[in-house]
Design a protein around this ligand. Sequence first.
Ligand code: GLA
Length: 582
Amino acid sequence: MSELTIGEKDFLLDGEPYQILSGALHYFRVHPDLWADRIHKARLMGLNTIETYVPWNAHSPSRGEFVTEGGLDLERFLKLVAAEGMHAIVRPGPYICAEWSNGGLPPWLLRIPGIGLRRSEPQYLEAVTEYLESVYRIVAPLQIDRGGPVFLVQIENEYGAYGSDKEYLAELARVTREAGITVPLNTIDQPQPDMLADGSLPGLHMTASFGSRSTERFRTLREFQPTGPLMCMEFWNGWFDSWGFHHHTTTVEDSDTALDEILSAGGSVNFYMFHGGTNFGMTNGANDKGAYVPLVTSYDYDAPLDEAGNPTAKYHAFRKTIAKYAPVPDEVPAEATPAPGFSVVFTEKAGLLGSVGSLGEPVAADVAPTYEELGQDTGFVLYETSIEGRAPGVLVIEEEVRDRAYVYIDGVPVGVMARDAHERAIRLPLAGSTLSILVEDQGRVNYGERLGEAKGLIGPAWLNGEKLLGWTARPLDVDLLPSLDLSGRMTDNGPTVLAAEFELDAPSDLFLTTDDMGKGLAWINGFNLGRYWRKGPTQTLYVPGPVTRAGKNRLVVLELEAMVDDDAASFVDGLRLGQTEF
Ligand code: GLA
C-alpha cells in the first residue's frame, strides 16, 4: 500500500518526490451523472489529483443528519477519482468559504444560544466533532494506505484571515486523527505574514492561496516553513462573479505564467477551480465588506473547464505548460457542441401570494421571527400583519432587511427594501388592511465578520413611529412549486409562477436565457437551476443534460418582479456569462 509523506523539499509518494497536480472540483456543484466526465477531463489536462471541499450545511440540513444520496454521495465521487487512477485531497472545513452559503456552516448552529463559530467554544466543537466523524467515516477507508485515493486532508480554511485560536485548530486536528485519518494534514492561508502565523499549527503542513506573483508568494511561505514541499493549494486561475458587477476573467497568458512559475519552482498546485460548476438551488454565498453583495448562480470561475464542462483556451494552455513538467495523455477532450436553441410558451400562470397555502404553515408571533427562529434555512418567508385603520406613512425595519423585502398592501406591490442598497425604510402610499412582506434570503455571507448572521426582518417593524405587532410568518418551500397543479389558480399583481412544456428528442445540456426576465428562480423537471436576476452579469441558467429527458419536459419559473415578455422563454446554444471589464 502506498503512502504520501512530507519530505525535506517535496511530497514523497512511497519515498519518491511527487509533484501534486490537482484540480478543484466540487461534487456538490456538478450533477452526479457528470462527475466521471469532469474527472476524466482533469486527467486529460495532465492532472494527477482531484480536490474537493465538503459542504457541512448541504450534508446536514438538521443536526444528527448526514445525507449522502445522489449529488451528495462523497464516497461515490472519491471512488470515481480512484477509478480514473487519480489521487484525492479532501477539505471538510468545517468552514469552507467557497462562495457557498454561510461558508458551509449549517444554519441550525445559529439557533444554539451562545454558540461561538470557528473557535474553541464547546457547543460548536461538539457539533463540529459529530460532523467530522461523519465525513471521516467515509474518507478514512478511502485513504491511500488502505488502497484508496485520498492522500491529503485539510484542517479549516484560511483560518488566519478570521481568527487566531490555536486550541481550535489543535482540536480539529485531534478529532481528525482520532477518526482514523492517517495521511498528512495541511492548512491553507493567504501568503501574508500575519495570516500564515495565525492560521498554522505545528505538525500541519502549510500551503498558500494565490493567483499571481507565484515566486514572491512562495518566498513568503518559505519564510514561515523553511522545509517541506511548496504548494499553492488554491491557484486562483479565475474568479467568481457577483450580481450587478462585470463577469470576472483572468487572461490565459497571466494565469499560464503564474502556473509556470509554480511548476518550475518544483511546487505542487491545486487549480481553483479546475471546473467550478453551478450554485444550483439557493446555495450561493455572499460578501459583505460594508455593502452586501450576493454571488451569482454560475460558478464558472473562468476555469479551464467552463460551467458546462467544456474545455476553454485556458484548458489547452495549461495542458501544454503541464506537459513541460509531467506526462500528459494524448487524448484531448471534445470541444463544446452548440446546445439546441428554441422558445417555449408559458401555458400556465398563477400568483405566488395566492398559492402560499400549499408551500408552508404560518406561525404567529408578536414580533416578526427570524428565519432561524422559524427553522427556515434559506429561501423565502412571507410576513403579514394587519394595518387596518392606520394611515399611510413610513414603514421602518429597526435593524436590517436580510436580504430583499417585497412589500404589498392587500396584494398590491408598493415597493422593495433591498439590503444591497442599505434600505430599511419605505413609504407606504396606501391605507389598507393587510401588510405583506415577502423576504428573500439571497445567500448567507461566506467570508469575514458577518458569517453566521440571522435572516429575515431583523428588529421590530414600525409604521409612522408605532411598532407593528401581531405577525404571521410563513416559511415557504418554493421547491414545491414545480409539483403544484397551477391550472385553475389565479394570477394577481404580485410574484408569478409560470410553467411551460417542451419536447426534446434526447437529453441535452440547455441554456435558459434570463436577460429579459426580472428576478427569480427556475426549475426544469423539478430540478432547481438557481436564481436569475436581470442585474447580471450572468444571462443564462445552465441546465445539465441529465435533468432533461427525451419527450416531454417542464420548465417552471418563479418571477418575483416583471419579465419583458411573460408569454415565452427561450433557450440559447451556450453559456452567456455577461460583460467582462473593458
Ligand atoms: C479563498 C477561499 C476559497 C474561495 C476563494 C475565492 O481562497 O479559501 O474557498 O472562497 O478564496 O474564490
